[in-house]
Design a protein around this ligand. Structure first.
Ligand SMILES: [Fe+2]
Length: 324
């Protein structure tokens, strides 16, 4: 039986780590706002940017606020520094979730969990998040290996692990951990220079551990927060070839449509996540334009509000977007 994702009145996503920071960009909106560290009425410090991602998710439902930390940045202290700079009390965090096992999403696990100070807090992740070796091929003879995430390291941090390749509802059914996202398109190629080994044989990393969080924002639609997205980008709200924009299950993954309210007027996806190493990983088409001309090139689906910075897409994707 499919579990029910509860509708929530408000969703807040506070980015604690991203690839770049620009306090003076002035490009905020009613949906996306810049966090500025203040001391009194003065800007106190710059947030730290790095190649990494971490976000604090807060959902408001039934008179309560529930908090989850999604990913942990690359450096040991970067995301924790930013949380301190923004005056965020991480002791509110009740659960942890991981988008995938790369080091730019796991590096700050210990420093953040120390601030959360909740021994035994549960981290939900896909079991393939421990996959090793993983590396980036920078030529036939040079491989840059990624430090693995180990169960021993998580245990040492006093964290309880919930491994799941299946969807899991978290925090009283207010947040859905998607689990393994099926790859059912031929136009999403993943990242050709990110590799792994199985039984000593090199192969492209198929990222079975790549996953996302989904929240159901009452009367609006779904909010999807991802960290990597080599799998299933278009089932996260952007239209697919032949797909119906109002029913966001065009790629055959029935989970997202199963969890929506079906209310008239609600958008299929109200918020877009971060993630996506597409531009930096030599993807020949960082926008993942599917055959037939649909996809992000034509603009996001109605009601889709992607956050402004997208971890690791870098400037190349911005240039492509502006040129499209
Ligand atoms: Fe990443």
């Amino acid at each position: 039986m499919t579990p029910e994702l509860a509708a929530v009145e408000r969703v807040e996503i506070l980015t604690l780590q991203d690839n770049y920071i620009d306090l003076t960009s002035g490009d905020g909106s009613a949906v996306v706002q810049r966090a500025i560290p203040l001391k009194g009425d003065q800007v106190s410090v710059s947030l730290l940017a790095e190649h990494g991602f971490s976000a604090l998710v807060r959902v408001h439902a039934a008179g309560k606020v529930r908090s989850l930390l999604f990913d942990f940045g690359f450096s040991q202290h970067g995301a924790a520094f930013n949380a301190d700079a923004l005056g965020i009390d991480l002791r509110q965090v009740e659960a942890l979730a991981l988008s995938h096992g790369h080091m730019d999403h796991t590096g700050g696990l210990e420093a953040l969990s120390q601030r959360i100070a909740r021994p035994g807090i549960t981290l939900t992740l896909h079991p393939e998040a421990y996959r090793t070796p993983r590396y980036m091929k920078l030529g036939e003879s040079f491989k840059a290996y990624f430090p693995p995430l180990t169960r021993e390291r998580i245990d040492a941090a006093g964290i309880t692990v919930q491994e799941s390749s299946q969807p899991r509802l978290l925090l009283d059914e207010t947040i859905l951990f998607l689990g393994q996202i099926p790859r059912r398109t031929d136009f999403e190629k993943g990242a050709p220079n990110l590799c792994c080994e199985k039984d000593g044989v090199e192969m492209p990393d198929s990222f079975e551990d790549d996953t996302a969080l989904v929240m159901h924002l009452k009367d609006k639609g779904l909010v999807v927060l991802s960290g990597l997205r080599p799998r299933g980008d278009h089932q996260h709200g952007a239209p697919c070839p032949g797909g119906d924009r109002r029913r966001p299950s065009p790629c055959g993954d029935g989970r997202i449509s199963s969890f929506r309210s079906g209310q008239a007027g609600s958008d299929p996806a109200h918020g877009g996540g971060h993630g996506g190493h597409r531009a930096r990983l030599r993807d020949p088409d960082p926008l993942h334009r599917p055959r037939g001309g649909s996809g992000l090139r034509t603009g996001p689906a109605p009601g889709l509000h992607p956050q402004h910075e997208r971890h690791a897409n870098g400037f190349r994707l911005k240039i492509v977007v502006y040129a499209a």
